[in-house]
Ligand binder design. Sequence first.
Ligand code: SF4
Length: 329
Amino acid sequence: MKPFDYVRPNDAAGAAGAAAKGATFIAGGTNLLDLMKLEIMTPDRLVDINRLDMTEISERENGGVRIGALATNSDCAANPVIRRDYAVLARAILAGASGQLRNKATTGGNLCQRTRCYFFYDPAMPCNKREPGSGCRAKDGFNRIHAILGASESCIATYPGDMAVAMTALDAEVEILTANSEIRTLPVADFHRCPGDQPQKDNVLEPGDLITAVTLPPPVQGRHIYRKVRDRSSYAFALVSVAAVIRVESKMIAHAALAFGGLAHKPWRDAAVEKALTGQAPSLALFDKAADILLSDAKGQGDNDFKIPLTRRTLTAVLAEACGMEAPA
Ligand code: SF4
């Protein structure tokens, strides 16, 4: 591992200031330490934020919830308010990683985890995300876990997380302290980015930006479902996942919020899919139409072509469950 400086500030402003010149924050370190050992990431300076007072999960006056950036994934998934009112989030977190990792992984760190593209982790392979301009080995290599939506000529990687997929469906917001001590907030849906011609940038954080919290709006009544399709039943990343909050009233879909994991460089949300469902009577034909809209621009890369029909089937199964219908076999 390459040598690095290490600082451990006592407050958030000190941490953001210490990182303004390009240092890297470390909290749980569940992804970062692997990347450093492999010398995929070689920060000159680590800013350890574990002493900062950001572990609290609290109810807000507006009826929502604020999750401190250092709240662990285990604590978040076990929180009684989150389990009761934001069950899709608790379920998504519990679908990720292992118990040991969830005990260490933090809310802010989970948002920042990097792709699990095999070639990103292999310094012998060309990878535009690791080394801009070097090429993308996945495009003509084994690409079973890669993107079918939102990819670019430069990169076809997927965002690997579960937590942010549920947060996207819940209209959560990320709270960020900038190096200039300003607070800015943005929807989780806008936090990650498509690769475009800058695949080295996973998200919209600027140097020195410190995630301080994620806020959830007041809860929406409805069925909360997180379905994750993966190669084995635990400790595996999603091939396809669907986070859904669906409410049916008077035999009509009154509310539909859907986000997808495993499909793109970011949690994927498509307003047109939700619009097509809302106000309609649930039926398999309607679900098929929603899948048509979702997948209208989907493009397989070869080994991952199966994700297109798999996404259709998974979406149909989730919608059928949410609406109390039998899913097709
Ligand atoms: Fe690198 Fe992205 Fe290509 Fe994977 S898909 S090799 S992360 S550029």
